[in-house]
Design a protein around this ligand. Structure first.
Ligand SMILES: Cc1cc2nc3c(=O)[nH]c(=O)nc-3n(C[C@H](O)[C@H](O)[C@H](O)COP(=O)(O)OP(=O)(O)OC[C@H]3O[C@@H](n4cnc5c(N)ncnc54)[C@H](O)[C@@H]3O)c2cc1C
Length: 363
């Protein structure tokens, strides 16, 4: 028979072992670590995000006797938002009495714009200096989340409403593409922090919170990351090389002509035969249309050999890791005003060392 004293001792021991097991990761919750090793690097990518502090520009402009609809400047969220701003652009520029349209640009934004026009029965001619795989869109990570698209203080309430509307449309459209054909899939993300996480990826009271799926703050025994605070949530991931290849094929299959051509002035664009022109030239729009606000935000990525067991992402102070099927992507710098496409060895070394420190410490 247990006395009150032995009961207390037993419950004390039980509590102590419960506390220990709350701290020690349950083997069932252990995730495999990324093997961050220079020998495993398959390439270094550098891309220039088309960043505008006030956010993307979707706007209609009279252009001589033509209509010009801008759809560019998506910063670090252009894959995510592509279908959504394409929809906003069509709302401004599609006219059922006009059957032929020009789309400038063959990145994620131009391709989505072309597809939505085709879905309405329009004939599209797409003009671009570079096609996949040679676009910025190919370099993207690409997590479905519109991150680093604007500076909050430079945005208006109207812009923020457009941002949510574009996100909503794109969120649904990408869900219809989940699967091997387009390289879109759902994946778990882990935000690693040394302080409690309150605002990432979206605060509870923000409209963008509706797109954060299955969010949970993990208890210490529920993960083996070397950080005290871990937030789990799920996003779609877009394997950009496959996705863009497939989108380009879809656009061609639906009858678009793709013309490889570089424009050096708005006057050359003015001379195109189409009466309605969608401008999806990303960073190129600055020089073409005199937008002084747009700037590059350079991102450098280290891609490691694929590790099929790494089917998750991490986001930490040291950078992000996206476990893609075609490689493990380690990023990501965000350098405003930096135009060079040459990797910076110091930044690359930091990306590698930062991720080594995380993954080598996974229990
Ligand atoms: C390192 C990095 C990581 C990123 N991660 C993510 C992410 O996780 N999620 C996400 O959603 N986004 C991400 N992005 C952002 C995303 O890549 C961009 O926002 C997106 O690619 C912009 O698409 P776009 O079609 O506007 O531009 P682009 O892909 O640059 O396409 C522009 C097109 O216009 C053409 N063009 C430009 N100028 C001219 C001209 N003068 N004449 C003729 N054609 C012209 C180009 O040749 C090209 O075909 C990332 C970007 C980088 C660099």
């Amino acid at each position: 028979m247990h006395t009150r004293r032995t009961m207390m001792a037993l419950s004390g021991a039980g509590l102590a072992s419960a506390c220990a097991s709350l701290r020690t990761p349950d083997p069932r919750n252990r995730l495999p670590p990324v093997r961050v090793d220079e020998a495993r690097i398959i390439r270094i990518d550098v891309g220039l995000r088309p960043f505008r502090p006030s956010g993307f520009r979707v706007e209609r402009e009279a252009f001589g006797d033509k209509a010009l609809i801008h759809n560019y400047g998506h910063g670090g969220g252009g894959i995510t938002l592509s279908w959504g701003t394409a929809k906003l652009a069509l709302d401004l520029g599609y006219d059922s009495s006009i059957s032929e349209y020009a789309v400038l640009g063959c990145g994620a934004v131009g391709l989505a714009t072309a597809r939505l026009l085709q879905e309405r029965g329009a004939k599209v001619r797409l003009y671009a200096r570079a096609l996949p795989p040679n676009t910025t869109s190919n370099v993207a990570g690409a997590q479905w989340w519109p991150a680093s698209v604007y500076d909050y203080s430079a945005t208006t309430p109207d812009y923020r409403a457009q941002h949510v509307e574009a996100s909503r449309f794109a969120f649904r459209r990408f869900q219809s593409l989940v699967g091997d054909a387009y390289g879109v899939e759902w994946e778990k993300n882990y935000n690693l922090a040394s302080r409690p996480i309150t605002s990432y990826p979206a605060r509870e009271d923000e409209p963008m919170r509706q797109f954060v799926i299955n969010q949970r703050d993990l208890l210490p025994h529920e993960h083996n990351f070397p950080r005290p605070f871990v937030r789990e949530f799920e996003t779609m991931m877009i394997e950009t090389p496959l996705y863009l290849r497939r989108m380009e094929a879809d656009v061609r299959l639906a009858g678009a002509e793709i013309v490889v051509r570089e424009f050096s002035s708005a006057a050359e664009i003015q001379a195109l035969p189409e009466r309605v022109i969608f401008n999806c030239t990303g960073l190129g729009a600055g020089a073409l249309f005199g937008d002084a606000e747009i700037m590059p935000a350079r991102g450098q990525l280290v891609i490691l050999l694929p590790q099929p067991e790494i089917a998750y992402n991490t986001i930490a102070r040291e950078g992000y890791m996206f476990g893609r099927r075609d490689g493990v992507v380690l990023g990501g710098t965000f350098e405003r005003g930096e135009w060079s496409l040459e990797p910076d060895p110091t930044d690359i070394a930091q990306i590698i060392a930062g991720h080594q420190s995380i993954f080598s410490a996974m229990g």
